[in-house]
Design a protein around this ligand. Structure first.
Ligand SMILES: Cc1cc2nc3c(=O)[nH]c(=O)nc-3n(C[C@H](O)[C@H](O)[C@H](O)COP(=O)(O)OP(=O)(O)OC[C@H]3O[C@@H](n4cnc5c(N)ncnc54)[C@H](O)[C@@H]3O)c2cc1C
Length: 475
């Protein structure tokens, strides 16, 4: 929808073909009895990227969001609790008091995170990495000259472990690798850029929950004249003289001067372009993790919980070893609980809460049924009972779930991986597909499986990059 808005505002006539009956892909919602759940993303950063789209469609003011004062409530197995305030000083002071950390070490870490962002965002996030001309400008050269200060040879864990005394602080900062489905024990220290998104740029929530992003972009696109076709699965991208000339749906050709694909690159090459050369090296990169989500309507309010809550595993390294090496969830998983009814009262009946309970699990490469579901649910229930001192089973009045197979079935992402390729090596940023095809004229790519990566902000940036490439190419 973001690329549709950008192209429509450039004067193009845009048609969107979506295989589902609804817009938004992973950014969908679920309604169960009196409860509303955001089905996928729950953390919203860089809202300005949505504002830019509102400006293009003259829908400013219709999308209202709130900056979070407290970002995440952390719970450790030994009973330690910590609330991460968005105020850096308070956050550092609380870590110093509760975890015995040096306050200055926390502030230094956050300013390093800001430095990573300022030095590399222009090169890695805001432009195509695949056009040589983009490497010859001041901002990019700044990144290249600062390379020795970017700890390129260290993993995220190595860097965090040397920065902090307490392993609980290390765990807290290692967790940011999961924001793009990666393993902090393998991912480069440069991923320490992510805390800056929360503590520097801010964490937000739309006033009606995350699905409001989908609704707003859909309205904005329609206002610009974008035509949507639902239940319309693209079977093939039609080519003529090495150029994309339209898409085929139910055997019918819908012609176009150019085609933009938001499908996972596995779908693009294996299904939509069956006779074209597939970039095997890119397709074979390690995938990001997937998720198992329980949607629970809970007939009680938990005062100790906030919007974002983390119940940490007692052995983080072993948890990631399970996810990325043993390819199964760990017996003591880290549990993320998101409760939008803390802010959006209409999301749950009075006195109740809408729990989105998510566990990182491996992507489901085999495509077979998920065998660990019952065991995982048992482990999750017992950990929640242990840490929150409750009997959660008795409080669940409605339940649904989303597993890697569902994610693949509903949005076509390979094995249900949430963010395309993982960033588990220092070259990962360069091993994502470009936002254009170098072999087929008039074919452009956006979304979580291509540059700059997965997650809402990066997907929105992929649309910005691709629309700029299209403008340049047409000129
Ligand atoms: C459980 C979960 C939690 C997440 N948490 C966060 C979070 O907190 N913050 C964050 O920023 N991100 C989060 N993400 C990741 C984020 O949702 C994705 O990176 C992003 O939404 C991907 O957008 P996309 O447009 O690339 O893909 P999708 O949202 O998957 O959209 C692709 C669309 O293409 C359609 N499609 C595919 N093939 C075809 C075809 N052949 N014909 C027609 N249509 C087709 C699909 O039906 C789908 O609608 C989460 C994801 C999940 C699932």
């Amino acid at each position: 929808m973001a690329i549709a808005i950008r192209l429509a505002s450039q004067g193009h006539k845009v048609q969107v073909f979506e295989k589902n009956a609804y817009p938004g892909g992973k950014l969908a919602e679920l309604k169960l009895l009196g409860y509303r759940f955001d089905k996928g993303p729950s953390l919203f950063t860089m809202p300005k990227l949505v504002d830019e789209l509102s400006e293009l469609g003259n829908t400013e003011g219709k999308f209202v969001y709130k900056k979070l004062e407290n970002i995440t409530h952390y719970f450790y197995e030994d009973g330690t609790k910590l609330i991460a305030s968005s105020d850096k000083n308070k956050f550092a002071k609380d870590i110093a008091e509760i975890l015995g950390e040096d306050k200055m070490a926390v502030l230094k870490h956050l300013s390093k995170s800001a430095f990573y962002y300022d030095t590399t965002a222009e090169l890695f996030l805001n432009q195509s990495l695949h056009k040589i001309k983009n490497f010859i400008n001041f901002k990019t050269l700044k990144g290249v000259f600062n390379a020795p200060r970017l700890a390129l040879n260290k993993t995220m864990h190595q860097k965090n472990n040397s920065a902090f005394k307490n392993e609980k602080t290390v765990q807290l900062f290692n967790r940011y690798a999961t924001y793009n489905g990666s393993n902090p024990y393998k991912a480069p220290a440069l991923l320490n850029i992510i805390p800056h998104l929360e503590f520097g740029l801010g964490a937000y929530l739309p006033e009606k929950g995350m699905h409001q992003i989908t609704e707003h972009l859909y309205d904005t696109a329609k206002k610009l004249g974008v035509k949507f076709y639902f239940n319309s699965e693209v079977e093939k991208i039609e080519l003529k003289n090495n150029a994309a000339v339209g898409v085929r749906i139910n055997g019918q050709l819908y012609p176009g001067d150019l085609v933009v694909s938001d499908a996972d690159i596995h779908v693009l090459y294996n299904k939509l372009l069956p006779n074209e050369y597939a970039p095997k090296k890119l397709l074979n990169q390690e995938k990001s993790s997937s998720a198992y989500v329980f949607y629970w309507g809970i007939k009680k309010e938990f005062k100790e919980l906030g919007l974002h809550n983390i119940l940490f595993s007692d052995n983080y390294e072993e948890e990631f070893n399970h996810l990325f090496t043993k390819h199964k969830p760990y017996g003591d998983p880290t549990i993320y609980i998101n409760i939008t009814s803390k802010y959006c009262e209409a999301d749950a009946p009075k006195g109740c809460e809408n729990w989105f309970v998510m566990i990182n699990v491996p992507h489901n490469k085999s495509g077979k049924a998920i065998e660990y579901a019952d065991e995982l649910r048992k482990n999750v229930v017992s950990k929640i009972n242990r840490i929150l001192k409750t009997d959660i089973e008795k409080l669940i009045e409605v339940e649904d779930k989303l597993d890697p197979l569902d994610i693949e079935k509903q949005t076509s992402s390979f094995g249900g991986s949430l963010y395309g390729n993982a960033s588990n090596n220092k070259f990962a940023a360069f091993l994502r597909h470009a936002n254009y095809s170098s072999k087929i004229n008039g074919l452009y790519l956006v979304g979580g499986s291509v540059h700059p990566g997965g997650g809402i902000p990066l997907c929105l940036l992929s649309a910005k990059i691709a629309s700029n490439l299209i403008k340049d190419d047409l000129n």
